[in-house]
Design a protein around this ligand. Structure first.
Ligand code: F6R
Length: 261
């Protein structure tokens, strides 16, 4: 796993946007996996700036959602499809037809999960998946004890996750859905490149457990240790509980120019 410690949200955005721009230059039809939440926002803002300057296009690319709430009205502004359109997709030239996500309007959510897996495979699989990490170590909505081989399915959100996300619902915990559809850990591990981003001291413990702790279903993000191409981009605060932080910094400083993220 490559760990990159950045000095600012802007630098985090630039580094991940560089990787995405490089991918699109070689694979204009790439499928980009999108996470919601606050952590990836600097990436989306940087990609939008580059699009506006004519430096990149997603006109031929596809994108897909990592997860989606269950039980919100179709016009709810916190539906992840709506959120991701607002913060990213509607600001660039991606064709909305190629924004994939689980169909939460389906009467049978488990069927929606199976169909979503099929859609991702039919689109060629995810080339680069952006991930955030929960304070409880979740990725997507794979909460602690999720099988490391899990597929897309319905998950019950932990009290910790609902509490963390209440800020998006005006601070009202009651408004936060209790369930979500999420790509499974096994599904996520099939993406060709995983890029996990985190900022702030609230993520320090879960980042340390994921990067340096044992591989365990109690810390779903530790599954990144199984992936051959996983990159973790974090600020100093999120890196503050890592034991080998100086080694990660040295490795990144001394990285040969030819080796991209
Ligand atoms: C969102 C998602 C979640 C978040 C995580 C961190 O699609 O899958 O795993 O990435 O909860 O959220 P933020 O970035 O808001 O701290």
């Amino acid at each position: 796993m490559e760990v990159i410690v950045v000095e600012s949200a802007e630098e985090l955005g630039r580094i991940v946007a560089d990787a995405i721009q490089h991918m699109l230059a070689h694979q204009p039809r790439a499928l980009l996996g999108l996470a919601t939440g606050s952590s990836p926002l600097p990436i989306y803002d940087e990609l939008v700036r580059r699009f506006e300057r004519g430096e990149l296009s997603l006109a031929s690319a596809g994108a897909c959602l990592l997860d989606e709430y269950l039980g919100l009205d179709a016009d709810h502004e916190q539906l992840y499809r709506t959120f991701i359109r607002r913060v990213f997709v509607d600001r660039i030239d991606l064709d909305l037809q190629r924004l994939l996500g689980p169909d939460v309007r389906r009467a049978d959510p488990e069927l929606a999960c199976r169909e979503y897996e099929e859609q991702i495979v039919a689109a060629g699989g995810v080339d680069l998946q952006i991930l955030g990490i929960g304070s409880d170590g979740h990725i997507g909505f794979n909460e602690p004890t999720s099988s490391l081989a899990s597929r897309t399915r319905v998950k019950t959100l932990t009290a910790a996750t609902r509490g963390d996300n209440a800020r998006f619902f005006g601070g009202d915990l009651e408004q936060v859905p209790k369930h979500a559809l999420t790509q499974g850990i096994g599904t996520i591990l099939e993406a060709r490149h995983l890029v996990l981003v985190a900022q702030g001291s609230g993520k320090a413990a879960s980042v340390a457990a994921a990067v340096e702790g044992p591989l365990t279903a109690m810390v779903p993000a530790s599954a990144l240790q199984l992936h051959a191409h996983a990159t973790v981009v974090i600020d100093e605060a999120a890196a503050s509980q890592l034991t080998l932080v100086e080694y990660y910094k040295q490795t990144y400083r001394d990285k040969p120019d030819w080796q991209g993220v």
